[in-house]
Design a protein around this ligand. Structure first.
Ligand code: GDP
Length: 365
């Protein structure tokens, strides 16, 4: 399963946010196959469409899809030249598919900031710099080898050498490799490099409790937004402390609490949804009277592969998939009516599954 790692300097609210995630997270008993790792928090992906399907189908049970966050431990500063804990930090980041970078955007004189003052951009740079230096080292090493082969006019090596030069000059400017626009062909070479600074990043601006309702006026948040835009990254605003409180509430209490705060959606829910989409993940549904369920697939997957998310037998024996979009089912309210309206398609092996598809797989055993 794909996972997002939570990183940040000390005292920015990482543990508070991670606590919120584990508290809000799924009951381990319901997910016997979920990782039993204290650094991993498994959350349900909030989805109004699942609620609506439950209302329409009235199944015996409803199962949301889940998603994992990993708390990344280790020492940040000096990690790229470090041994031990610093190396562990980089190794942990290497294993995640996306990065949630928590940035302190709240003032509080009682909570010491590691560098003496709240300065989100310098915080971001401190972490990014370690990743940039680590990438620089590995790309330069590779370049030495590839440039040698390129001298023989080897076509492949020439292409790669040019890409590596571009990456090196970007990293040397102190910028992450994700700021570079690679062509589809170049992308293939880049993927082989397993860089840290090409991983998608979501900056999590952690604001004070009295700032969440109108966080867009927060100067720190503005700085983070500008930085992220430049870097083609996204920003989610949360108040970690409030999220930790909300995580303990029942659904209806939670709604009231959010209303009091003047916000429509909890920061954690926003974080989950944004990270999910940052990873290129999407959801399809199965909707039977026994069970209405959401399933995670990677955008671009064809029907058999998506069926394989449920069970490998579904992929191997795939015949076709009766498919209707959520919007159509929502509109016609039941499968039969949607069918009569010609909105239920029989899709084959080449069909690229769309977010929100409601599917019934036909397969050989
Ligand atoms: P970590 O070192 O990044 O894991 O940071 P912690 O989660 O331990 O938070 C450091 C301190 O900041 C703790 O005392 C938290 O209670 C406090 N803190 C975290 N998030 C918030 C927040 O949103 N608002 C305020 N006022 N304090 C926070």
């Amino acid at each position: 399963a794909l996972t997002a790692g939570i990183v940040g300097l000390p005292n920015v609210g990482k543990s508070t946010l991670f606590n919120a995630i584990t508290k809000a997270g799924v009951e381990a008993a319901n997910y016997p196959f979920a990782t039993i790792d204290p650094n991993v928090g498994v959350v349900e992906v909030p989805d109004y469409r699942l609620d609506r399907l439950t209302e329409l189908v009235v199944p015996k049970k409803t199962v949301p899809t889940t998603f994992e966050f990993t708390d990344i431990a280790g020492i940040v500063k000096g990690a790229s030249k470090g041994e031990g804990l610093g190396n562990k930090f980089l190794a942990n980041i290497r294993q995640v598919d996306a990065i949630c970078h928590v940035v302190r955007c709240f003032d509080n004189d009682n909570i010491i900031h590691v560098t003496g003052k709240v300065d989100p951009l310098s915080d971001i740079e401190t972490i990014n710099l370690e990743l940039i230096l680590a990438d620089l080292e590995s790309v330069e090493k590779r370049y030495t080898r590839v440039a040698k082969i390129a001298r023989t006019k080897d076509k492949d090596a020439l292409i790669e050498a040019a890409i590596l030069e571009n990456i090196i000059s970007t990293l040397e400017k102190g910028e992450s490799a994700r700021t570079i626009d690679f062509s589809e062909e170049e992308e293939k070479y880049v993927q082989q490099l397993f860089l840290l600074t090409t991983k998608p990043v979501l900056y999590v601006a952690n604001v004070a409790e009295d700032e969440v309702a109108n966080a867009e006026n927060n100067e720190y948040v503005k700085l983070v937004r500008d930085f992220a835009e430049n870097e083609k990254s996204e920003v989610v605003v949360v108040c970690a402390q409030i999220e930790e409180e909300i995580a303990e509430l029942e659904d209806d209490e939670k709604e009231m609490f959010l209303e009091d705060l003047g916000i429509a959606e909890s920061g954690l829910d926003k974080l989950i949804r944004s990270t999910y989409s940052l990873l290129g993940l999407a959801t399809y549904f199965t909707a039977g009277v026994q069970e209405v369920r959401a399933w995670t697939f990677k955008k671009g997957m064809k029907a058999p592969q998506a069926a394989g998310v449920i069970h490998s037998d579904f992929e191997r024996g795939f015949i076709r998939a009766e498919t209707v979009s959520f919007d159509d089912l929502n509109k016609y309210e039941n499968m039969q009516v949607a069918k009569e309206a010609g909105r239920v398609r029989s899709e084959g092996k080449e069909y690229i599954v769309q977010d929100g598809d409601v599917m019934l797989f036909r397969f050989n055993v």
